[in-house]
Design a protein around this ligand. Sequence first.
Ligand SMILES: Nc1ncnc2c1ncn2[C@@H]1O[C@H](COP(=O)(O)OP(=O)(O)OP(=O)(O)O)[C@@H](O)[C@H]1O
Ligand SMILES: [Mg+2]
Length: 297
Amino acid sequence: MSSEPHIVCNDIFKIYKVADLEVVALRGLDLAIDKGEVVAVVGASGSGKTTFLNILAGYDKPSAGGVSVSGRDLVQFSEKEAEQYRRSEIGFVWQQTSRNLFPYLTVLENIQLPMRLNNLGDKKTTELKAAELIELVGLQEKSNQMPESLSGGEQQRTAIAVGLANQPSILLADEPTGELDDQTASDILDLFGKVNKDLRTTIVIVTHDPQIAYKVRRVILIQDGKTSKEILRKDGYQRITGAASTSDQLEEYTVIDSNGRLQIPTDMLEDIGITNKAKLESSGDFLKIHRSNYKNG
Ligand SMILES: Nc1ncnc2c1ncn2[C@@H]1O[C@H](COP(=O)(O)OP(=O)(O)OP(=O)(O)O)[C@@H](O)[C@H]1O
Ligand SMILES: [Mg+2]
């Protein structure tokens, strides 16, 4: 059981209906994430990143395909089960710093709130637990301040502590550094690494930050609603690190979906002159894709 991935997505489709139009936000997304992994998800605007996170968070269900977390099938959840799942398993950090925090509660109170809602202890117990999280995110000096008196980076640190307050097994973050300057963004990404190391929380971060490939072991590229490429760090470094390293430590993989389809970059096809048909030949540990002389008609 423990060797099962923490999160398994199998051929997920998500179709939104707007008036008479159908928008396909996810089209056959496959992905497996192990317990305790930190994964970054990158992709162009509209490629389906937020849709994917919302499904993992139990806010939304796929139109087709399967999603399971710790062996539990999210698609079959009733509304009540989904809410219980969100409360107990999921922490969420939004891009908009203002969306993460209640403006009329202090840092400490913001972090205590999810604990109280989850019955994780009385006022005193939750205060102690909140203080531990405040220390983890490095805000000891700010615990009695109101969110508006914090910098953007400090607000996101608080948001991460709030996201961890219900002791989730999965922390999801949707462009958590989108509103921050480069240095602050870098520090926040490092904090996710620290959280992962200290608490072993599985973390999925959606980001546009080009530095991310040097900061996590695994980056997943979503293109047109499905995973198309993965970039892995060759050194297998598990933690986010403060220093960017050289690109020769990165290894790029093309994803093959559950139906055996793979996406070949257009420039490679053009270089070889492959248009709409190709010949395949397997040879040892190679698969060769040849230009075909076949002509239609
Ligand atoms: N509630 C909705 N109703 C209709 N269409 C939606 C809805 N949510 C998302 N979409 C559409 O689904 C597609 C994927 O949207 P999504 O928000 O997941 O993209 P994204 O990768 O998060 O983009 P961004 O980087 O801009 O945040 C887009 O075409 C979007 O317009
Ligand atoms: Mg988005």
